[in-house]
Design a protein around this ligand. Structure first.
Ligand code: FRU
Length: 492
């Protein structure tokens, strides 16, 4: 609104050319536009999709509706990166059609051309996604979601839909979506594919030799884990445990029913044998205790490295957050690994090592208070007394965010962090139980978010924030040492 107001004033007193230049400038300094997080230029974005590393390029596809800042007919938007931290927006990859909207899914490189959709010389990138037939849903049908594929033989820039879609028809279940496909050795020893699919309140696993014909292997979870809402966006990941053994981690996003209300991602740790997932225990584990990390999935650029990006929002209020031209950002890229605490295996989400490439200026602190150099910063500190600490961020208007550890809880309080009243659940203190020592903290702060990583991601809280003026000062409790502030940007 503010930008338009200035524009009208200027149009009154300058020539048209000058007015256009002013509009361009204001877009560059758009309120809440992150400095180093991925956002679409305009329009609505939700889940990351089809994350794949192909011929030296990271691809980020995402749920996208270019014509509005609220959810609508879903496309796959597209961005690429060579360094994982700076993204180039590309033209829309996949458009909705008469079979439906293009919902979430994954992408694989079909190196041996098992699908026959490319050739051995030019194997295809294959996207496996869910069609959502809106008309069928509105007419009361229950079979309006089904799995389909599109393929690209020009490095993910242009996509053709497979002519005989769908490849996995619905079986009369309303929620039947978000296929995550990975290479897998079939029962007969042949190379093939495994699909992990969210089906209402459980996960189903399907196998295929060619990405086109799918056979159900097993299902998991109807009586396990958190069940406050529908299960979505699953991901099955083989991981090496600290003792060197192989474990399988199953991510399952759930909405609503997260620990902070609304959307969140839970995970299970167990074994995957003969097409069947068996959890080690009945514990409910959460990937991130903040309110704003949802529908995230992993991908790999080298073996046994598990990169993760999530959608930095929550379905509770995602369509009401006070950005104007676009809605939602992705989290920073993270790297998932397993660690053990008090005999329990847990998932660690560390900031991807590439995030250090964004450090432009370094400010080591000798005092416990500082002025922040930019809206895009990383704050780093060691924690001397592991039982408690606090960091307070404040702006010129007296709006605040408080990050604390006390009474066995790590908390982020955004209840007076600026614009909070666009939804009753937004202003809140979000806490996570932590029963082990906190030794270090890294905070990634951007124009409209904060991501807190304790002990390099043993505990994570991700929150969106909408201050009325940028965060200006940071104050650290006395038991924090080796404090460093980094100015972050991907531009030099
Ligand atoms: C998760 C989700 C997915 C679905 C997509 C639709 O946020 O609901 O289950 O495929 O969003 O945009």
């Amino acid at each position: 609104m503010k930008n338009y107001f200035f524009l009208i004033l200027f149009i009154g007193s300058f020539s048209c050319k000058e007015a256009i230049e002013i509009e361009f400038k204001s877009a560059e300094t758009e309120k809440y536009r992150p400095i180093y997080h991925f956002t679409p230029d305009f329009g609505w974005m939700n889940d990351p999709n089809g994350m794949v590393f192909h011929e030296g390029v990271y691809h980020l596809f995402y749920q996208y509706y270019p014509d509005s800042t609220v959810w609508g007919p879903m496309h796959w938007g597209h961005a690429i990166s060579s360094d994982l931290v700076s993204w180039d927006r590309k033209p829309i990859a996949i458009y909705p059609d008469s079979l439906g909207y293009i919902f979430s899914g994954s992408a694989v490189f079909d190196r041996e051309n098992s699908s026959g959709l490319g050739s051995i010389e030019n194997p295809p990138l294959v996207a496996i996604y869910t069609y959502h037939d809106m008309e069928a849903e509105q007419s009361g049908a229950t079979d309006y979601q089904y799995q389909a594929i599109a393929y690209s033989i020009d490095q993910g820039i242009s996509w053709d839909k497979y002519q005989n879609n769908p490849v996995l028809p619905n079986q009369g279940i309303k929620d039947f979506r978000d296929p995550k496909v990975m290479p897998w050795t079939l029962e007969n020893g042949n190379p093939g594919w495994l699909m992990t699919l969210a089906v209402m309140d459980r996960i189903q696993f399907f196998s295929s030799e060619n990405l086109l014909d799918w056979k159900m292997e097993s299902e998991f979870g109807q009586n396990q884990g958190a069940h406050g809402g529908v299960w979505e966006c699953p991901d099955l990941i083989p991981m090496t445990a600290p003792d060197g053994s192989q474990k399988w981690v199953l991510l399952v996003s759930i909405n609503p029913g997260g620990p902070q209300k609304g959307s969140a991602t839970q995970y299970f740790i167990g074994d995957f044998e003969e097409g069947k997932f068996t959890p080690d225990d009945q514990l409910i584990r959460w990937l991130d205790y903040g309110p704003d990390n949802y529908a995230g999935v992993t991908w790999s650029n080298v073996e046994d490295r598990h990169l993760f990006i999530g959608w930095m929002s929550n379905w509770l209020y995602a369509q009401e957050v006070p950005t104007e031209k676009w809605r939602s950002a992705m989290t920073i890229p993270r790297e998932l690994s397993l660690f053990e605490v008090n005999g329990t295996l847990l998932l660690q989400s560390s900031p991807a090592a590439e995030m250090k490439e964004l450090r432009r200026k370094t400010y080591p602190l000798s005092q416990l208070q500082t002025t922040l150099p930019s809206e895009g910063v990383e704050l780093e500190a060691q924690i001397k007394n592991e039982e408690e600490f606090s960091i307070l961020l404040e702006n010129e208007l007296g709006e605040k965010v408080l990050i604390t550890r006390a009474n066995g809880l790590v908390s982020v309080d955004r209840s007076i962090a600026g614009q909070v009243d666009f939804h009753p659940d937004f202003p809140a203190v979000h806490s996570a139980p932590m029963s082990w020592e906190s030794e270090s903290i890294r905070i990634f702060l951007d124009a409209s978010s904060i991501e807190v990583f304790i002990n390099d991601g043993e505990l994570v809280l991700t929150s969106t924030l909408f201050p009325n003026s940028p965060w200006k000062t940071a104050r650290f409790s006395e038991n924090l040492s080796d404090i460093v502030v980094y100015e972050l940007n991907y531009e030099d």
